[in-house]
Ligand binder design. Structure first.
Ligand SMILES: NC(=O)c1ccc[n+]([C@@H]2O[C@H](COP(=O)([O-])OP(=O)(O)OC[C@H]3O[C@@H](n4cnc5c(N)ncnc54)[C@H](O)[C@@H]3O)[C@@H](O)[C@H]2O)c1
Length: 418
């Protein structure tokens, strides 16, 4: 049966963060949108036409109503859920946001509605975990009364080339008809769709995309560790290797954020439930988790070699967000590096012009520097190649005996690299 699009003219986007807010805006060009978030502060700023995540002002379209009132969701026929999926301290999935969002949507769910999950989850989570909550809260039956879909998000905040419109989007649903209805919605805002044969294929594809990246970075991180032990420059070795046509050009670095450093744990979790312990995946995580300790040791030995004494040395870490040109600090590994350097006696400051300093204090318990004005350091470590840092002349901020350790291979005047 072909569904007429007009029956899906009202769509609710549940969770208006990095993923949900731009999606709601894009869809509002074609549909009536209810933008729902449980955080009243977030609703207020979006109603006021300012997104703190992108730092951009916009005019909220008339077709988009922002709300934190659950009952306001009742008019929607399609619900798109984009709430966080973090991990607990023991690295197991924290599904509390998915649980709550599913309960809220379940409480307003009606016959023939579709609930699409965009949050990253492990295979079978949508069908066996989320759909069950929807059934319980609504009293409706999956694939008889309502349907579920899955469309993993691939956006890359701070990347102007790969956008919601230009990134191929995977869609999958619990029935072919539900997928057709999803297709009619998503093809309005995305140039290219990939129709996955099942929800579980789409869930797994999302996880392995990010796991592959984690592993590729883990390999070059271990290359950095091996080169260090051999007394070789990893930058020179990687540069030489890149001259081969099929060498993958990954660079060493701290792997933080809410995706790459989290998703492999979702995959491990479900596999361990199936009595299988992933080997390659776990080793990649192990290496990447060791990177802050490796860097702290590296800075310490560089300082010793340069005649600098740790407890007399002022260190500046440049960057606090989890990656370049982005203000998101979730799971940033830089606070761990800071702690390890402080343990070795260094006096450490962190500077990142992109982040919200108040939020940083709340998240990590220390105050990042407000500016570099009139400051001098013995050691500067470039951790994020933010455009703002590349436009600075860091030599203005160093003492005569100094180290400029460039983790990102981005500064021509660096004294040291990996
Ligand atoms: N940010 C990215 O670049 C990115 C990329 C790909 C995939 N993802 C995945 O997309 C999902 C969302 O990520 P994000 O970065 O947008 O998260 P986010 O933290 O930026 O935003 C989530 C929003 O959901 C809201 N929220 C939490 N619980 C809610 C509930 N029960 N009901 C309604 N709103 C609720 C929060 O207040 C917040 O505003 C995650 O699973 C993430 O892994 C994110």
């Amino acid at each position: 049966m072909k569904h007429n699009l007009c029956c899906d003219s009202t769509i609710a986007v549940v969770g208006l963060g990095y993923v949900g807010a731009p999606l709601a805006l894009a869809l509002a060009e074609y549909f009536t949108i209810i933008g729902f978030d449980t955080n009243p502060k977030r609703i207020q700023e979006l109603q006021d036409g300012f997104d703190t995540h992108t730092q951009e002002s916009f005019v909220p379209p008339k077709s988009l109503r922002y709300t934190n009132v659950c009952e306001d969701l009742a008019d929607a026929t399609i619900f798109i859920i984009a709430v966080p999926t973090p991990i607990f301290a023991d690295k197991t999935p924290d599904l509390s946001h998915l649980h709550k969002a599913s309960q809220i949507v379940g409480s307003v769910l009606k016959k023939d509605n579709i609930v699409v999950y965009e949050s990253t989850t492990y295979p079978f989570c949508t069908r066996k975990y989320c759909a069950k909550i929807l059934q319980k809260a609504s009293g409706l039956v999956l694939d008889k009364d309502f349907f579920v879909g899955y469309s993993p998000e691939r956006i890359n905040p701070g990347d102007s080339l790969h956008t919601l419109r230009t990134i191929t989007k995977i869609i999958a649903a619990s029935t072919p008809q539900a997928r057709e209805r999803m297709q009619a919605v998503y093809e309005k805002v995305v140039d290219s769709l990939y129709l996955a044969p099942s929800i579980e294929v789409a869930e797994m594809a999302k996880l392995i995309e990010n796991a592959q990246r984690d592993l590729n970075i883990a390999f070059v991180n271990e290359v950095a560790m091996m080169c260090d032990r051999l007394g070789l420059s990893a930058s020179e070795v990687l540069q030489a290797a890149k001259s081969k046509w099929n060498f993958l050009p990954f660079s060493p670095g701290l792997v933080g954020g809410h995706c790459i450093s989290v998703d492999p744990y979702y995959l491990s979790y479900i596999l361990e439930m199936c009595a299988y312990k992933p080997k390659v995946l776990s080793m990649g995580r192990l290496v990447n988790e060791q990177m802050p300790a490796f860097l702290a040791h590296k800075v310490y030995t560089l300082a010793l070699d340069s005649g600098l004494v740790a407890h007399k040395s002022r260190v500046l870490l440049l960057g606090l967000s989890f990656k370049e040109n982005c203000r998101d600090m979730r799971n940033s590994k830089i606070p761990i590096l800071r702690k390890k350097l402080k343990k070795r006696g260094f006096r450490v400051k962190v500077y990142d012009p992109l982040i919200d300093r108040k939020e940083a204090k709340q998240m990590f318990g220390f105050n990042p520097l407000k500016s570099l004005k009139n400051k001098k350091f013995d050691i500067i470590v470039l951790l994020n190649a933010h455009k703002e840092f590349l436009n600075l002349n860091l030599r203005e901020y160093v003492n005569p005996v100094h180290i400029v350790f460039d983790m990102k291979n981005a500064l021509s005047y660096a004294t040291h690299r990996l």
